[in-house]
Ligand binder design. Structure first.
Ligand code: 1PX
Length: 206
């Protein structure tokens, strides 16, 4: 049920405007469950996302777990300890900072997609909303072959109303209301993260 996913992104936000890692990963795990329910055609997407979530979960269960409590503590710790490479991916292929950056970019897609879905007409095509939001966000970071595979897979998405019903938030109208309530939290998580990465000039980590 997508309600828990949206609640998880809400739970990420602290009074100090930091982003808690555990609910962030919980939110992502829920999204991946939902993605898997759409069919194996999206396996190549969920596989990559799961790999990234697992990298972060590994940090959260390591001796350094406290360093990874929030995105802010992670950035501070990894930068101070030379665990982030600003130039060469090979040097720190699994840094928390680069890994979260990939999820963060995908969150931008999610935000636009859900907003598109929420504000669309009843007869709109989910595949079009999805393609438009993808082209305006994540696609800019993907090579041609991934863009091609993604756009092909989007064609398999169910109609707008069937998609909204799949979300298990009630009728399509109820799902739209729920999205209207919950999306500001997803946006806030995105904004705080974007600012944090911009401040440290890490928006292009290889
Ligand atoms: C209510 C709606 C919920 C829908 C849930 C959908 C969750 C989608 C999760 C997408 C996560 C994508 C993570 C992608 C991270 C990424 O950009 N990775 C690339 C770079 O990684 P690297 O380590 O090499 O720097 C990597 O090359 C990506 C490979 C996989 C393909 C990614 C295609 C993304 C398409 C996004 C939308 C998909 C689902 C639409 C279903 C509604």
């Amino acid at each position: 049920c997508l309600r828990e996913v949206l609640a998880a992104f809400r739970a990420c936000l602290t009074a100090e405007q930091t982003v808690l890692m555990d609910p962030y990963l919980r939110g992502w795990n829920g999204l991946i469950r939902f993605l898997n329910s759409l069919g194996t055609i999206f396996s190549f997407v969920s596989k990559d996302a799961v790999t990234k979530i697992q990298i972060m979960e590994k940090y959260r269960s390591s001796d350094q777990r406290e360093r990874y409590e929030t995105l802010q503590t992670m950035v501070e710790y990894e930068l101070a300890s030379g665990l982030v490479s600003l130039k060469n991916r090979g040097e720190c292929p699994e840094s928390g900072c680069r890994t979260v950056l990939r999820l963060h970019r995908a969150l931008h897609w999610l935000q636009m997609f859900l907003e598109g879905l929420r504000t669309s007409q009843e007869d709109s095509k989910t595949s079009v909303i999805c393609t438009d939001s993808y082209n305006a966000s994540l696609a800019n970071y993907h090579p041609w072959v991934i863009r091609k595979a993604a756009t092909l897979a989007f064609c398999a998405l169910p109609t707008r109303n069937a998609f909204l019903e799949n979300m298990n938030l009630g009728t399509p109208e109820e799902a739209v209301d729920m999205l209207g309530e919950a999306l500001p939290y997803v946006c806030k998580v995105y904004e705080i993260t974007e600012e944090l990465y911009a401040k440290h000039k890490m928006l292009d980590l290889p």
